[in-house]
Design a protein around this ligand. Sequence first.
Ligand code: HEC
Length: 273
Amino acid sequence: MPRNPLPLTTLVILILIGSMWVSPETARGQMLFSRGDCNTDGVRNIADVVHGLGILFSGAGPANCADACDVNDDGGNDISDPIYMLGNLFSGGPNPPLPDDCGPDPTADTLDCLSGPASCPPPVEDCSNGVDDDGDLDVDCADSDCQGDPACAPPASFVVDIYPIISDQCVFCHGPPSNFANLDLSLEAGNDPYARLINVPSIECSSYVLVEPDVAGSSWLWRKISGTHVEAAVGAGCDPADAGTQMPLGPFCCLEQETIDLFEQWINEGANP
Ligand code: HEC
């Protein structure tokens, strides 16, 4: 009577070897993985089959990445997974479903990765997509990784961000005694520079207000510091001869682009006090 060919014996041996290879790690959320790379070593080969069988039949679990061991992506870890992998490796069977190279799981299931494969880049938190990308349970700006990310910066404020610039670069002309263009931006005698700007019509082009919250392009002050005031005047039907010069006037012109952009940001964020 012919002896049973190799596979079964091989599998049993492989199961035994596989059972020695597992190192569980701290629980974390969804990681990037490659489906079929059950032992998370970065390649798909017979060692993954061995590892999967070890977990199923020799108490070698838990899997580092149960998602990676769910070779057929049916949402569970069972014998059909190593069989699928064997079919793919040795009998021309189909490739496992995606991800095939360090991706998130595209299908919802209860499986997860305890640790991502060392060969996959660590997942990075996207600070503005409402998703816990790196699986540390902190979403977007609540994640310490997002500290310093522009998306998480508090909105610009007049008092904190804008007025120091005005005080330094504008008030020596736009304050007593000159108050050029009748624009007093000083804090003298109870003057309120914020109130002096918000929704107050420009004297140079009255179709514009000095600051229109949310719309830098409709704000004469921003037009004047960015040097786009003449075209704005023409577009609004004002006499360009009345539009004057870019601010700060003459030899004091102009603000750094970064500073001009900060004014733009402040206005577009709602011109917060
Ligand atoms: C050296 C003096 C001087 C400085 C500094 C200066 N301005 Fe002016 N500003 C003027 C004069 C003069 C006018 C009117 C003539 C003109 O527009 O060229 C004017 C006009 C304006 C107007 C138009 C007001 C309106 O109602 O239409 C705005 C807005 C303005 N300045 C903003 C600023 C800001 C913001 C700064 C600082 C970043 C600044 N200016 C710095 C002298 C100055």
